[in-house]
Ligand binder design. Structure first.
Ligand code: SAH
Length: 362
């Protein structure tokens, strides 16, 4: 994009906040789509959230993901991968993780599969990560890994791909239904030259029974991401397991959210300083994948998936090994599986090459 806020940001440079750079960009070029705004907040090379200050685990973090909440999560995903490696016929394979954060999931998955005969020798661990500070953390936990900036840069061959809380980073465009048709939500300036949300002129729409106020969200990057996955899974056998918060069917709500220090903040308030995400449209992933002749299993809830993989048995084994951890382990099982916590909002979908048996857990 010739006029993307980030390319301008690198030209104008040092000492100016992302917010100021965006204001200047909008003054010169007009409002941004929500996707352009989100892209700048997350990926601006100087000030984007992931480029500069991602903060994922621990009390002072901005957000807590499932592998950060409990070691059982990465362990069960690791054992799921062992089962699916077996289903592929135990080939040499790429064990790929998209957006590995601090590397905790892969570290736990590797530990849980140490005793699966031949698996580690067959595995080439590839971490797909753009954030430099996070690559450093991943290298400490997963020293055997190699890195690829994009999924298509991973070596060819059979693959098992895991993506936890990766798809929610894909920038979305938002459209709001009004009396006179659809309006795109935009980021512009108010009278005081501050960033503010606004709406485009109406995009004429045919007669429709859509309720005014309904929001539609589309992630323009989703199609190319699924396309890259699809090419890989058609070139050689494999599966991708996608776990994220999202909806099985669009509900018409605005799902853009900014999290800072475990609290929701106004997405427009401090660009680049908070994690900015949107709910994942699992129906769209399923549709793109089945159009591309991949097998689709799910989405099912994270709670159902982890119970099917035996989280309760894993917790019992850990409790027996160390009874003083009983209360903590019970809390972790609840956190990962209970519908009031991560159990229902988080969903799991598996896309597979044609002609493979069904994956475990679905
Ligand atoms: N999976 C981890 C981290 C989730 S946060 C966990 O569950 O704890 C999102 C992760 O995706 C971060 O590692 C972030 O740097 C990475 N990421 C975001 N957008 C990316 C992109 N376009 N390409 C590669 N990695 C990306």
């Amino acid at each position: 994009m010739a006029h993307s806020p980030s390319s301008q940001a690198t030209e104008t440079g040092v000492g100016v906040s992302l917010s100021e750079k965006l204001v200047e960009h909008i003054r010169d070029n007009g409002p941004l789509t929500v996707a352009e705004f989100m892209g700048a907040c997350l990926y601006d090379p100087d000030d984007g959230y992931y480029a500069t200050r991602p903060s994922i685990g621990g009390a002072n973090a901005d957000f807590l993901t499932a592998p950060e909440a409990s070691q059982m999560f990465g362990e069960l995903i690791g054992l799921w991968c062992a089962h699916e490696w077996d289903a592929l016929g135990k080939p040499a394979f790429n064990w790929i993780e998209l957006g590995p954060g601090r590397g905790v999931l892969m570290q736990d998955a590797l530990r849980a599969t140490l005793r699966i005969e031949g698996m580690h020798d067959a595995a080439n661990v590839v971490l797909v990560e753009t954030s430099e500070p996070l690559r450093d953390e991943q290298a400490q936990r997963v020293p055997t890994a190699e890195w690829a900036p994009r999924i298509e840069d991973a070596p060819p061959g059979p693959s098992l791909i895991v993506a936890n809380e990766f798809f929610d980073c894909l920038p979305i465009r938002q459209f709001v239904f009004g009396e006179d048709g659809w309006h795109e939500k935009l980021v512009g300036l108010n009278e005081a030259d501050k960033l503010t949300f606004g709406l485009s002129a109406a995009i004429p729409a045919p007669e429709s029974d859509t309720e005014p106020g309904t929001v539609r969200e589309i992630a323009p990057g989703l199609e190319s991401l699924i396309y890259d996955i699809e090419r890989r899974l058609h070139d050689a056998p494999g599966r991708v397991l996608i776990i994220d918060y999202g909806y099985a069917k669009p509900e018409g709500a605005d799902t853009l959210q900014a999290l800072r220090n475990h609290k929701k903040v106004d997405p427009i308030e401090a660009p680049g300083e908070a994690d900015l995400t949107a709910h994942v449209d699992f129906s769209r992933i399923a549709q793109l994948a089945s159009d591309a002749n991949l097998q689709v299993h799910g989405p099912i809830t994270q709670g159902a998936f982890l119970r099917a993989l035996g989280i309760e048995f894993r917790a019992d084994a850990l409790m027996r090994a160390n009874p003083t951890h009983t209360e903590r382990l019970k809390r972790e099982v609840r956190r990962l599986t209970h519908p009031d916590e991560m159990g229902a909002l988080f969903k799991v979908i598996c896309l597979s090459s044609p002609n493979l048996p069904p994956p475990a857990g679905f």
